[in-house]
Ligand binder design. Structure first.
Ligand code: NAG
Ligand code: NAG
Ligand code: NAG
Length: 399
Protein backbone atom coordinates (compact mmCIF):
# COMPACT_ATOMS: atom_id res chain seq x y z
CA UNK A 1 0.00 0.00 0.00
CA UNK A 2 2.81 2.39 0.83
CA UNK A 3 4.08 1.86 -2.65
CA UNK A 4 0.63 2.67 -4.09
CA UNK A 5 0.31 5.79 -1.88
CA UNK A 6 3.76 6.96 -3.02
CA UNK A 7 2.76 6.53 -6.64
CA UNK A 8 -0.46 8.46 -5.96
CA UNK A 9 1.38 11.39 -4.46
CA UNK A 10 3.91 11.57 -7.21
CA UNK A 11 1.10 11.27 -9.74
CA UNK A 12 -0.76 14.19 -8.18
CA UNK A 13 2.46 16.19 -8.02
CA UNK A 14 3.03 15.51 -11.69
CA UNK A 15 -0.49 16.61 -12.61
CA UNK A 16 -0.02 19.79 -10.57
CA UNK A 17 3.28 20.50 -12.26
CA UNK A 18 1.76 19.82 -15.66
CA UNK A 19 -1.05 22.28 -14.90
CA UNK A 20 1.41 24.97 -13.86
CA UNK A 21 3.47 24.41 -16.98
CA UNK A 22 0.36 24.44 -19.12
CA UNK A 23 -0.76 27.77 -17.66
CA UNK A 24 2.64 29.31 -18.19
CA UNK A 25 2.71 27.91 -21.69
CA UNK A 26 -0.71 29.30 -22.54
CA UNK A 27 0.16 32.71 -21.13
CA UNK A 28 3.55 33.21 -22.62
CA UNK A 29 3.97 30.81 -25.46
CA UNK A 30 0.78 31.59 -27.32
CA UNK A 31 2.89 32.38 -30.34
CA UNK A 32 3.58 28.69 -30.67
CA UNK A 33 0.31 28.09 -32.45
CA UNK A 34 1.68 30.26 -35.19
CA UNK A 35 4.74 28.10 -35.47
CA UNK A 36 2.75 25.16 -36.68
CA UNK A 37 1.60 27.12 -39.71
CA UNK A 38 3.37 26.01 -42.83
CA UNK A 39 6.09 28.52 -43.45
CA UNK A 40 6.28 30.24 -46.77
CA UNK A 41 8.84 28.84 -49.14
CA UNK A 42 11.82 30.97 -49.87
CA UNK A 43 12.01 31.94 -53.50
CA UNK A 44 14.70 29.76 -54.96
CA UNK A 45 16.65 31.00 -57.90
CA UNK A 46 18.32 28.37 -60.06
CA UNK A 47 21.83 29.73 -60.22
CA UNK A 48 23.60 28.38 -57.18
CA UNK A 49 27.08 27.23 -58.18
CA UNK A 50 26.61 23.73 -56.84
CA UNK A 51 23.44 23.07 -58.85
CA UNK A 52 25.16 21.91 -62.01
CA UNK A 53 22.12 20.65 -63.90
CA UNK A 54 20.17 23.78 -63.17
CA UNK A 55 22.78 25.91 -64.87
CA UNK A 56 21.30 24.78 -68.17
CA UNK A 57 18.22 26.87 -67.42
CA UNK A 58 18.00 29.73 -69.90
CA UNK A 59 20.85 32.11 -69.12
CA UNK A 60 18.68 35.15 -69.67
CA UNK A 61 16.43 34.09 -66.78
CA UNK A 62 19.33 33.42 -64.46
CA UNK A 63 21.00 36.70 -65.38
CA UNK A 64 17.76 38.58 -64.81
CA UNK A 65 17.22 36.81 -61.49
CA UNK A 66 20.81 37.43 -60.53
CA UNK A 67 20.45 41.12 -61.36
CA UNK A 68 17.25 41.30 -59.32
CA UNK A 69 18.96 39.73 -56.33
CA UNK A 70 21.94 41.96 -56.76
CA UNK A 71 19.69 45.02 -56.87
CA UNK A 72 17.81 43.88 -53.79
CA UNK A 73 20.97 43.23 -51.87
CA UNK A 74 22.71 46.45 -52.74
CA UNK A 75 19.74 48.80 -52.91
CA UNK A 76 17.67 47.22 -50.14
CA UNK A 77 19.45 48.95 -47.26
CA UNK A 78 18.71 52.30 -48.91
CA UNK A 79 14.95 51.85 -49.08
CA UNK A 80 12.37 53.21 -46.64
CA UNK A 81 12.70 50.19 -44.35
CA UNK A 82 16.51 50.00 -44.58
CA UNK A 83 16.36 46.68 -46.43
CA UNK A 84 14.19 44.95 -43.84
CA UNK A 85 10.56 44.09 -44.51
CA UNK A 86 9.51 46.51 -41.82
CA UNK A 87 10.81 48.86 -39.13
CA UNK A 88 8.74 48.42 -35.97
CA UNK A 89 8.89 50.82 -33.05
CA UNK A 90 8.12 49.69 -29.55
CA UNK A 91 6.06 52.37 -27.85
CA UNK A 92 3.72 52.53 -24.93
CA UNK A 93 2.56 56.02 -25.76
CA UNK A 94 1.09 55.37 -29.22
CA UNK A 95 1.60 58.41 -31.42
CA UNK A 96 1.07 60.81 -28.55
CA UNK A 97 4.43 60.98 -26.82
CA UNK A 98 7.30 63.33 -27.59
CA UNK A 99 9.34 60.21 -28.27
CA UNK A 100 7.17 59.06 -31.16
CA UNK A 101 6.74 62.60 -32.48
CA UNK A 102 10.52 62.99 -32.62
CA UNK A 103 10.89 59.49 -34.07
CA UNK A 104 8.50 60.25 -36.91
CA UNK A 105 10.12 63.65 -37.57
CA UNK A 106 13.51 61.91 -37.83
CA UNK A 107 12.00 59.20 -40.06
CA UNK A 108 10.49 61.81 -42.39
CA UNK A 109 13.83 63.60 -42.70
CA UNK A 110 15.66 60.32 -43.42
CA UNK A 111 13.04 58.90 -45.79
CA UNK A 112 12.15 56.04 -43.46
CA UNK A 113 8.83 54.33 -42.93
CA UNK A 114 8.40 53.29 -39.28
CA UNK A 115 5.38 51.37 -38.03
CA UNK A 116 4.29 51.72 -34.41
CA UNK A 117 2.12 48.64 -33.75
CA UNK A 118 -0.42 49.16 -30.94
CA UNK A 119 0.80 47.64 -27.69
CA UNK A 120 -1.52 45.68 -25.44
CA UNK A 121 -2.06 46.99 -21.93
CA UNK A 122 -0.21 44.76 -19.53
CA UNK A 123 -2.30 43.95 -16.49
CA UNK A 124 -0.33 44.05 -13.25
CA UNK A 125 -1.19 40.34 -12.75
CA UNK A 126 0.39 39.54 -16.10
CA UNK A 127 3.51 41.56 -15.28
CA UNK A 128 3.78 39.94 -11.84
CA UNK A 129 3.27 36.47 -13.29
CA UNK A 130 6.02 37.09 -15.79
CA UNK A 131 8.41 38.31 -13.09
CA UNK A 132 7.45 35.28 -10.99
CA UNK A 133 8.83 32.92 -13.65
CA UNK A 134 12.13 33.45 -11.84
CA UNK A 135 12.36 30.97 -8.99
CA UNK A 136 14.00 31.88 -5.69
CA UNK A 137 17.61 32.88 -6.21
CA UNK A 138 17.23 33.82 -9.88
CA UNK A 139 17.10 37.57 -10.68
CA UNK A 140 13.59 38.92 -11.34
CA UNK A 141 12.70 41.95 -13.43
CA UNK A 142 11.18 44.96 -11.65
CA UNK A 143 7.65 45.71 -12.86
CA UNK A 144 8.81 48.41 -15.32
CA UNK A 145 11.41 46.10 -16.84
CA UNK A 146 8.98 43.15 -16.91
CA UNK A 147 6.41 45.24 -18.82
CA UNK A 148 9.05 46.42 -21.31
CA UNK A 149 10.18 42.80 -21.72
CA UNK A 150 6.61 41.67 -22.45
CA UNK A 151 6.35 44.48 -24.99
CA UNK A 152 9.46 43.20 -26.82
CA UNK A 153 7.99 39.68 -26.79
CA UNK A 154 4.79 41.11 -28.23
CA UNK A 155 6.67 42.75 -31.10
CA UNK A 156 8.54 39.54 -31.86
CA UNK A 157 5.17 37.76 -32.02
CA UNK A 158 3.97 40.51 -34.31
CA UNK A 159 6.87 39.73 -36.67
CA UNK A 160 5.79 36.07 -36.77
CA UNK A 161 2.09 36.84 -37.12
CA UNK A 162 2.66 39.33 -39.92
CA UNK A 163 4.83 36.78 -41.71
CA UNK A 164 7.56 39.34 -42.15
CA UNK A 165 10.80 38.04 -43.63
CA UNK A 166 12.74 40.46 -41.49
CA UNK A 167 12.17 43.40 -39.19
CA UNK A 168 14.18 46.05 -37.45
CA UNK A 169 12.86 46.59 -33.93
CA UNK A 170 13.59 49.98 -32.39
CA UNK A 171 12.67 51.62 -29.09
CA UNK A 172 10.69 54.81 -29.51
CA UNK A 173 13.33 57.25 -28.25
CA UNK A 174 15.95 55.94 -30.66
CA UNK A 175 17.97 58.25 -32.87
CA UNK A 176 20.31 57.82 -35.82
CA UNK A 177 22.51 59.75 -38.22
CA UNK A 178 21.03 61.52 -41.24
CA UNK A 179 23.33 59.23 -43.28
CA UNK A 180 21.71 56.08 -41.93
CA UNK A 181 21.02 54.63 -45.39
CA UNK A 182 24.69 54.88 -46.38
CA UNK A 183 25.66 53.37 -43.05
CA UNK A 184 23.24 50.44 -43.41
CA UNK A 185 24.49 49.69 -46.96
CA UNK A 186 28.02 49.41 -45.61
CA UNK A 187 26.84 47.23 -42.74
CA UNK A 188 24.91 44.92 -45.09
CA UNK A 189 27.95 44.55 -47.31
CA UNK A 190 30.20 43.81 -44.33
CA UNK A 191 27.77 41.21 -42.94
CA UNK A 192 27.42 39.55 -46.35
CA UNK A 193 31.19 39.32 -46.75
CA UNK A 194 31.51 37.60 -43.36
CA UNK A 195 29.03 34.88 -44.06
CA UNK A 196 28.79 32.28 -46.75
CA UNK A 197 25.22 33.11 -47.51
CA UNK A 198 23.57 31.45 -50.49
CA UNK A 199 23.59 33.48 -53.69
CA UNK A 200 19.82 33.41 -53.78
CA UNK A 201 19.39 34.94 -50.37
CA UNK A 202 17.22 38.03 -50.84
CA UNK A 203 17.81 39.45 -47.35
CA UNK A 204 20.53 42.08 -47.89
CA UNK A 205 21.89 41.30 -44.42
CA UNK A 206 21.74 37.50 -44.94
CA UNK A 207 19.96 35.26 -42.47
CA UNK A 208 23.11 33.82 -40.91
CA UNK A 209 22.32 35.27 -37.48
CA UNK A 210 19.44 35.40 -35.00
CA UNK A 211 19.98 38.99 -33.82
CA UNK A 212 21.65 41.76 -35.78
CA UNK A 213 22.36 44.29 -33.04
CA UNK A 214 22.85 47.74 -34.60
CA UNK A 215 21.83 49.87 -31.58
CA UNK A 216 23.36 49.00 -28.19
CA UNK A 217 25.42 50.69 -25.50
CA UNK A 218 28.37 48.35 -25.49
CA UNK A 219 29.64 45.03 -26.79
CA UNK A 220 32.86 43.26 -27.61
CA UNK A 221 33.62 40.46 -30.05
CA UNK A 222 33.63 36.78 -29.11
CA UNK A 223 37.10 35.40 -28.57
CA UNK A 224 38.77 34.04 -31.69
CA UNK A 225 36.01 35.20 -34.03
CA UNK A 226 36.82 37.30 -37.05
CA UNK A 227 36.18 41.02 -36.72
CA UNK A 228 35.32 42.72 -40.02
CA UNK A 229 36.41 46.33 -40.35
CA UNK A 230 35.16 48.77 -42.94
CA UNK A 231 35.63 52.47 -43.61
CA UNK A 232 32.70 54.72 -42.83
CA UNK A 233 33.28 58.47 -43.11
CA UNK A 234 30.25 59.15 -40.90
CA UNK A 235 31.44 57.23 -37.82
CA UNK A 236 31.80 59.26 -34.60
CA UNK A 237 35.33 60.48 -33.79
CA UNK A 238 36.89 58.02 -31.39
CA UNK A 239 37.59 60.72 -28.78
CA UNK A 240 33.84 61.38 -28.55
CA UNK A 241 32.75 57.77 -28.33
CA UNK A 242 30.73 57.06 -25.18
CA UNK A 243 30.24 53.47 -24.08
CA UNK A 244 31.42 50.71 -21.79
CA UNK A 245 35.09 50.74 -20.93
CA UNK A 246 35.55 47.34 -22.55
CA UNK A 247 34.06 48.53 -25.82
CA UNK A 248 36.05 51.76 -25.78
CA UNK A 249 39.24 49.85 -25.10
CA UNK A 250 38.58 47.39 -27.90
CA UNK A 251 37.78 50.14 -30.38
CA UNK A 252 40.85 52.13 -29.37
CA UNK A 253 43.17 49.17 -29.85
CA UNK A 254 41.65 47.39 -32.83
CA UNK A 255 39.40 49.66 -34.87
CA UNK A 256 41.13 52.59 -36.59
CA UNK A 257 39.59 56.06 -36.64
CA UNK A 258 37.05 56.40 -39.47
CA UNK A 259 36.13 52.71 -39.40
CA UNK A 260 33.36 50.60 -38.03
CA UNK A 261 33.38 46.91 -37.12
CA UNK A 262 30.98 44.02 -37.49
CA UNK A 263 31.57 41.09 -35.19
CA UNK A 264 30.15 38.05 -33.48
CA UNK A 265 28.70 39.55 -30.31
CA UNK A 266 29.89 38.30 -26.95
CA UNK A 267 26.82 39.99 -25.44
CA UNK A 268 25.62 43.54 -25.97
CA UNK A 269 23.43 45.58 -23.62
CA UNK A 270 20.64 48.10 -24.36
CA UNK A 271 18.04 47.01 -26.91
CA UNK A 272 17.82 50.35 -28.77
CA UNK A 273 17.72 48.71 -32.18
CA UNK A 274 18.10 45.11 -33.36
CA UNK A 275 16.96 43.12 -36.35
CA UNK A 276 15.39 39.69 -36.50
CA UNK A 277 14.35 37.56 -39.46
CA UNK A 278 11.77 34.88 -40.03
CA UNK A 279 14.09 31.91 -39.63
CA UNK A 280 15.57 33.14 -36.35
CA UNK A 281 12.70 34.91 -34.61
CA UNK A 282 11.19 31.70 -33.17
CA UNK A 283 14.48 30.83 -31.59
CA UNK A 284 14.70 34.32 -30.09
CA UNK A 285 11.10 34.06 -28.82
CA UNK A 286 11.75 30.64 -27.31
CA UNK A 287 14.72 32.03 -25.46
CA UNK A 288 13.33 35.34 -24.19
CA UNK A 289 9.81 34.13 -23.31
CA UNK A 290 11.03 32.13 -20.36
CA UNK A 291 11.76 35.28 -18.34
CA UNK A 292 14.47 34.46 -15.78
CA UNK A 293 16.48 37.66 -15.70
CA UNK A 294 16.46 41.31 -14.77
CA UNK A 295 15.63 42.86 -18.11
CA UNK A 296 15.03 41.99 -21.73
CA UNK A 297 18.35 43.33 -22.91
CA UNK A 298 20.35 41.46 -20.29
CA UNK A 299 18.46 38.30 -21.27
CA UNK A 300 19.57 38.83 -24.86
CA UNK A 301 23.07 39.54 -23.57
CA UNK A 302 23.20 36.09 -21.95
CA UNK A 303 21.69 34.49 -25.05
CA UNK A 304 24.46 35.95 -27.20
CA UNK A 305 27.20 35.26 -24.67
CA UNK A 306 26.22 31.63 -24.12
CA UNK A 307 25.82 30.91 -27.81
CA UNK A 308 22.12 30.07 -27.45
CA UNK A 309 21.57 32.92 -29.87
CA UNK A 310 23.79 33.79 -32.80
CA UNK A 311 24.30 37.53 -32.53
CA UNK A 312 26.12 39.85 -34.87
CA UNK A 313 26.77 43.40 -33.71
CA UNK A 314 27.95 46.65 -35.24
CA UNK A 315 30.37 48.91 -33.36
CA UNK A 316 30.32 51.82 -32.96
CA UNK A 317 26.57 51.34 -33.07
CA UNK A 318 24.41 53.30 -35.54
CA UNK A 319 21.29 53.72 -33.41
CA UNK A 320 21.30 55.20 -29.92
CA UNK A 321 18.68 56.64 -27.62
CA UNK A 322 18.13 60.40 -27.59
CA UNK A 323 18.72 61.94 -24.16
CA UNK A 324 16.62 64.98 -23.34
CA UNK A 325 18.24 67.77 -21.36
CA UNK A 326 18.01 67.11 -17.61
CA UNK A 327 15.85 70.23 -17.28
CA UNK A 328 13.08 68.12 -18.81
CA UNK A 329 13.93 65.27 -16.51
CA UNK A 330 10.55 64.40 -15.09
CA UNK A 331 11.86 60.91 -14.83
CA UNK A 332 10.34 58.50 -12.38
CA UNK A 333 12.81 57.42 -9.75
CA UNK A 334 11.41 53.90 -9.92
CA UNK A 335 12.33 53.63 -13.56
CA UNK A 336 15.75 55.04 -12.93
CA UNK A 337 16.32 52.48 -10.19
CA UNK A 338 15.05 49.75 -12.47
CA UNK A 339 17.58 50.73 -15.06
CA UNK A 340 20.34 50.83 -12.51
CA UNK A 341 19.44 47.34 -11.34
CA UNK A 342 19.29 45.96 -14.83
CA UNK A 343 22.67 47.41 -15.55
CA UNK A 344 24.51 45.80 -12.71
CA UNK A 345 28.20 46.14 -13.32
CA UNK A 346 27.66 47.08 -16.92
CA UNK A 347 26.88 50.75 -16.43
CA UNK A 348 28.25 52.92 -19.16
CA UNK A 349 30.45 55.87 -18.30
CA UNK A 350 27.70 58.36 -19.07
CA UNK A 351 25.47 56.62 -16.56
CA UNK A 352 23.00 55.42 -19.19
CA UNK A 353 22.00 51.82 -19.30
CA UNK A 354 19.69 49.01 -20.03
CA UNK A 355 17.05 51.44 -21.04
CA UNK A 356 13.75 49.96 -21.93
CA UNK A 357 12.38 52.41 -19.40
CA UNK A 358 15.04 54.98 -19.80
CA UNK A 359 16.95 56.53 -16.95
CA UNK A 360 16.96 60.27 -17.49
CA UNK A 361 14.31 60.05 -20.15
CA UNK A 362 11.15 61.92 -19.25
CA UNK A 363 8.05 59.98 -20.10
CA UNK A 364 5.21 62.27 -19.39
CA UNK A 365 6.04 65.32 -21.46
CA UNK A 366 3.15 66.16 -23.77
CA UNK A 367 3.57 65.72 -27.49
CA UNK A 368 3.11 69.47 -27.94
CA UNK A 369 6.39 69.80 -26.04
CA UNK A 370 8.29 67.55 -28.44
CA UNK A 371 9.87 70.42 -30.31
CA UNK A 372 10.98 72.13 -27.12
CA UNK A 373 12.88 69.16 -25.74
CA UNK A 374 16.45 69.57 -26.79
CA UNK A 375 19.05 67.06 -25.79
CA UNK A 376 21.92 64.96 -27.05
CA UNK A 377 22.51 61.66 -28.77
CA UNK A 378 25.82 60.00 -28.05
CA UNK A 379 27.90 58.52 -30.83
CA UNK A 380 25.77 59.97 -33.64
CA UNK A 381 27.40 62.82 -35.53
CA UNK A 382 24.32 64.26 -37.18
CA UNK A 383 21.26 63.29 -35.23
CA UNK A 384 18.20 62.86 -37.43
CA UNK A 385 15.93 63.93 -34.54
CA UNK A 386 17.88 67.09 -33.90
CA UNK A 387 18.34 67.96 -37.57
CA UNK A 388 14.63 67.50 -38.22
CA UNK A 389 13.44 69.45 -35.17
CA UNK A 390 16.12 72.10 -34.65
CA UNK A 391 18.57 71.88 -37.55
CA UNK A 392 21.43 71.07 -35.21
CA UNK A 393 23.55 67.99 -34.63
CA UNK A 394 23.31 67.22 -30.88
CA UNK A 395 26.31 64.90 -30.70
CA UNK A 396 27.13 64.01 -27.09
CA UNK A 397 30.39 62.93 -25.52
CA UNK A 398 33.48 65.04 -24.92
CA UNK A 399 35.51 66.75 -27.54
C1 NAG B 1 13.39 41.81 -54.50
O1 NAG B 1 12.66 42.51 -53.49
C2 NAG B 1 11.28 42.56 -53.72
C3 NAG B 1 10.64 43.38 -52.61
O2 NAG B 1 11.32 44.58 -52.44
C4 NAG B 1 10.70 41.17 -53.79
O3 NAG B 1 9.32 41.22 -54.08
C5 NAG B 1 11.41 40.37 -54.85
O4 NAG B 1 10.95 39.02 -54.82
C6 NAG B 1 12.90 40.38 -54.63
N1 NAG B 1 13.53 39.72 -55.72
C7 NAG B 1 14.48 38.83 -55.57
C8 NAG B 1 15.00 38.21 -56.81
O5 NAG B 1 14.92 38.54 -54.47
C1 NAG C 1 13.26 47.17 -48.76
O1 NAG C 1 14.09 46.11 -49.17
C2 NAG C 1 13.81 44.86 -48.57
C3 NAG C 1 14.85 43.87 -49.06
O2 NAG C 1 14.91 43.82 -50.44
C4 NAG C 1 12.40 44.45 -48.90
O3 NAG C 1 12.09 43.22 -48.28
C5 NAG C 1 11.44 45.53 -48.43
O4 NAG C 1 10.12 45.18 -48.81
C6 NAG C 1 11.81 46.85 -49.04
N1 NAG C 1 10.96 47.89 -48.46
C7 NAG C 1 10.34 48.80 -49.19
C8 NAG C 1 9.56 49.81 -48.44
O5 NAG C 1 10.38 48.79 -50.41
C1 NAG D 1 41.26 31.19 -28.63
O1 NAG D 1 42.45 30.72 -29.24
C2 NAG D 1 43.52 30.49 -28.31
C3 NAG D 1 44.78 30.13 -29.10
O2 NAG D 1 44.47 29.32 -30.20
C4 NAG D 1 43.10 29.40 -27.32
O3 NAG D 1 44.14 29.17 -26.39
C5 NAG D 1 41.85 29.85 -26.61
O4 NAG D 1 41.37 28.81 -25.77
C6 NAG D 1 40.72 30.22 -27.60
N1 NAG D 1 39.62 30.79 -26.87
C7 NAG D 1 38.38 30.43 -27.09
C8 NAG D 1 37.34 31.09 -26.26
O5 NAG D 1 38.05 29.62 -27.94
Amino acid sequence: MSCGAGLGRSFIARIALALVLLTVTLCFFSYRDLISRPSRLLPHAPFHDSHKQQETVATTTTTAAHDAHHRNRTLGPRNATLGFDSILALSKGGGQSWRVQGLQAAAALSGLDITVPPQPTWLPEMVDAFAALSPEGVPKPEPGSAAAWLAHIDLLKYVLQSELNSALIVEDDVDWDVNIKDQMSLIAEAVRKRTHSPHDESNPYTSQWDILWIGHCGDSPKANETVSLFADPTVVERARYVGFEGTKGYLREHVPEGQRAVWQSSGAVCSYAYAVHRDGVRKVLDFVSTGLGQAYDTKLFYGCRSGRLNCVAVAPEVMVHFRPDPQFGQTSEVNRLNDGDAAGALTSDDGSIGGQEGGGRPDKVAASQAEKITGTTNNIRQSARCMSLWKKTCVGGHK
